[in-house]
Design a protein around this ligand. Structure first.
Ligand code: FES
Length: 575
């Protein structure tokens, strides 16, 4: 593998080359489709198509992309250690390998006469060859059109399928994928029919269908039917020979043992990736992207402490994206090729599918980080339930939770869990500690404003205003997915979360709307005049905690000193 390809990244090079080839196909097929309008239109379109793709700048780019794409395909065939491909992968491989064999007739008939004999061939030559002189080639061209297009579409599918917009874009992409080759073939058929008519005119024939010398024709036939098959078969043979040499070398280097959770151990030759080893021994192992270092679903946690090869740039990038870069024991099974015995855990269930990857968020596998947790609780919901109809109670609770969630989202936080008539929200999943604290303080004020609005809107329906309590605390917590199979939720765990819940409880005793840990207020640079400082003791904690008590949450945004008369707080309480 050339160093320049490795430095850019094989995948990026493959995508760039593939997109160049696909753009060529779209352009070429669009010109074919013009044949349904008229032969003259498609002939005119071809001139534009050739003016671009055969320009001095684009031609070298195009042929470099084509050769690189082909070479990378052969490299992938060499590199692959196991052949338990999924159906699209098998199709992609077979179609990709058959394109050169199908293309050679078109390439030799249309492209080679230029450099070999100084003759530029256009539609008349090609259509005359396929529809008149050698009609069986018409079907070869149809096969080429479909095979190249399907290969390109599968490549685009592999590229886009993990993007979140893909689900919405898929119907349009499928419509385009079906329509363009259909229209292209219809255009070619119309073009072929037009040529059959046009060639009846001797003058047109003389002007548009110059005949190749027998020696020239023979040379092209030799290229198509002799030199190319031998050359292509030799290249494929070399690839398989290289695979054979590698297998012998790996056997000679000995084997290693891979231990899975539950005591299962397999023995594999050195050089296999952990994922290839799993697939070879039919051990269920998630690999949504097929081992291309794109999805991270194959990730494992290495349990022993073996000397492992460092992650590649690509592996680093993917681990960073899922928030696992800071833990050196987490690796991508599809990229890790251990040289020694390995014991590990699979971090994700083997049955994961594409939707998991499309919807994934950062830091879901378990990571310690600073977050601000906020518990919000609706006061007196039991009383409301006793007095009202069930429907009214649910309606009111939903309106309350809606007002709170909107405030949290507007402030930049995330509602995380609903707990009956309350909720847990978190701040700082994507930002610094300072941002998290500012967002949390902002959210307290917004909740106050939203609930005040709710009380105004429903004043005539409510026997008493809606009241609530908020507890806010920050600290290092564990974030990650918790649960079982489809019942997994993303949540936060840790002492700071428990303290936030206790502070929320304390608001009842302190008769205030919010208690915010003083650390959070200081990091958020909340003016000291905004909320009174108190000391509380929390059950289970040795040290007292400094908190700020907010009597009326909606006033927290104002620069007014706290109205102490609104609070009748003991200076130290415990719960
Ligand atoms: S299988 Fe997708 S990253 Fe390893």
């Amino acid at each position: 593998m050339p160093a320049f390809v490795r430095s850019i990244g094989v995948r990026q090079v493959r995508i760039a080359c593939g997109l160049t080839m696909f753009a060529y196909l779209v352009s070429h097929y669009s010109v074919h489709a013009l044949g349904s309008i008229s032969y003259d239109t498609m002939a005119e379109g071809l001139l534009w198509h050739m003016a671009f793709w055969r320009s001095p700048v684009v031609t070298p780019i195009f042929y470099t992309a084509a050769l690189t794409h082909w070479a990378l395909g052969l490299w992938a065939l060499y590199e692959r250690r196991q052949f338990r491909y999924t159906a699209p992968e098998v199709t992609q491989l077979i179609l990709g390998l058959s394109i050169p064999a199908l293309l050679i007739i078109h390439f030799a008939g249309v492209r080679l006469p230029g450099p070999l004999f100084g003759r530029i061939h256009y539609y008349p030559n090609a259509l005359n060859a396929y529809w008149v002189l050698r009609p069986w080639q018409e079907w070869v061209q149809l096969a080429l059109l479909l095979v190249a297009w399907t290969h390109g579409c599968i490549g685009i599918y592999f590229w886009l399928r993990m993007k979140r917009f893909y689900v919405r874009a898929a119907p349009f992409l499928i419509a385009f994928a079906v329509l363009l080759p259909t229209l292209a073939w219809l255009g070619l058929v119309q073009g072929g029919r037009a040529i059959i008519e046009l060639r009846k005119d001797p003058q047109w024939r003389a002007a548009n269908l110059p005949v190749l010398e027998p020696a020239q024709r023979a040379l092209l036939d030799d290229i198509i039917y002799f030199y190319f098959p031998i050359g292509y078969a030799s290249v494929l043979g070399l690839v398989f020979a290289a695979r054979g040499v590698r297998i012998i070398r790996e056997r000679w280097r000995g084997t290693i043992r891979l231990s899975y959770p539950g005591g299962r151990t397999i023995t594999v030759p050195r050089g296999l990736s952990v994922l290839e080893a799993s697939l070879r021994h039919r051990v269920p192992h998630a690999s949504v992207c097929g081992g291309k270092a794109r999805c991270s679903t194959c990730r494992i946690r290495v349990l022993n402490d073996p000397p492992l090869p460092p992650p590649s740039r690509r592996e680093d990038f993917v681990l960073e994206r899922v928030g696992a870069r800071s833990d050196p024991s987490i690796r991508l099974a599809c990229q890790l090729r251990p040289d020694c015995d390995l014991a590990f855990l699979l971090l994700l269930p083997p049955q994961l599918n594409l939707s998991f990857v499309q919807e994934r968020k950062k830091a879901r596998i378990g990571e310690e980080r600073y977050l601000v947790s906020m518990f919000v609780d609706l006061r007196g919901s039991t009383r409301i339930a006793e007095r009202g109809l069930p429907f009214d109670t649910v309606f009111l609770v939903n309106r309350f939770l809606g007002a709170v969630c909107q405030a949290v989202l507007d402030a930049g936080g995330q509602p995380n869990q609903f707990l009956g008539d309350g909720l847990l929200a978190v701040f700082g999943l994507d930002g610094s500690a300072e941002t998290a604290c500012r967002q949390a303080v902002d959210a307290v004020a917004r909740i106050g404003i939203n609930v005040a609005q709710l009380n105004t809107d429903y004043a005539s329906e409510l026997r008493e205003p809606i009241r609530f309590g908020i507890g806010v605390n920050g600290g290092d917590v564990i974030v990650g997915d918790v649960g079982y199979r489809d019942h997994t939720v993303f949540t936060v765990i840790g002492d700071p979360v428990n303290v936030a819940a206790r502070l929320q409880d304390l608001t009842k005793e302190l008769q205030c709307e919010a208690l915010i840990a003083d650390d959070v207020c200081r990091i958020a640079k909340l003016p000291e005049s905004a909320a009174a400082l108190h000391t509380v003791s929390i059950r289970g904690r040795d040290e007292n905690l400094q908190v700020r008590a907010v009597a009326e949450a909606h006033r927290l945004t104002r620069d007014e000193p706290l109205d102490e008369s609104a609070l009748r707080l003991p200076m130290s309480v415990s719960i």
